[in-house]
Design a protein around this ligand. Structure first.
Ligand SMILES: CC(C)(COP(=O)(O)OP(=O)(O)OC[C@H]1O[C@@H](n2cnc3c(N)ncnc32)[C@H](O)[C@@H]1OP(=O)(O)O)[C@@H](O)C(=O)NCCC(=O)NCCS
Length: 146
């Protein structure tokens, strides 16, 4: 909860209108058994976060958001956040991670493609400014038996 203000600031740095997570939304995701929120902490600062949601009975986890503050970008933080939420989803028994990304977000698309995600669909005019969403999916490896 101590990271709440910093997480809101991070979301607002990049996302607008219907795709921004509210204070109430973050509180919900932090306490929900159907979500995993991982924060990248660098020197006590919130450098980035990734949020995954799960649905009961589904083997597919959904990456709801991932963001790294501008000052901390291109240091491999998003790649590590992605690996961390994939591990968490895999440990919960999920077999796949899915996500949507703006079709014009070349940086994020490069991140996903180089992290093993494959394009499988498109949602037309998904974002509020009528940009299409590209849909990506990755098979998650099974966790090692304890
Ligand atoms: C997309 C985002 C999360 C990447 O975070 P990051 O910590 O800078 O990413 P990483 O340093 O882990 O980069 C991993 C790879 O992603 C790709 N990548 C990341 N940013 C890129 C950019 N601006 N241009 C091109 N490729 C990029 C590269 O392949 C990079 O590997 P490399 O540095 O070895 O070339 C970050 O730019 C961000 O928060 N953007 C705004 C929010 C957003 O668009 N989120 C995605 C919504 S679906």
């Amino acid at each position: 909860m101590a990271d709440l203000d910093a997480l809101l600031a991070l979301e607002r740095e990049f996302f607008t209108s219907d795709h921004v997570i509210s204070r109430r939304g973050f509180r919900h995701f932090m306490s929900s058994p159907k979500s995993t929120l991982i924060v990248a902490d660098i020197g006590g600062k919130v450098a980035g976060c990734a949020l995954v949601n799960y649905r009961r009975g589904s083997k597919r986890a959904r990456l709801y958001t991932i963001a790294v503050a501008t000052a901390f970008q291109r240091r491999g933080i998003a790649r590590r956040l992605l690996a961390a939420v994939e591990k968490s989803a895999s440990e919960r028994g999920c077999r796949f991670m899915r996500l949507e990304v703006r079709a014009d977000d070349a940086g994020a698309i490069a991140l996903y493609e180089s992290s093993g995600y494959a394009l499988f669909g498109r949602r037309s005019r998904y974002y509020d400014n009528r940009i299409d969403a590209l849909r990506f999916e990755k098979s998650l490896s099974r966790p090692n038996p304890a």
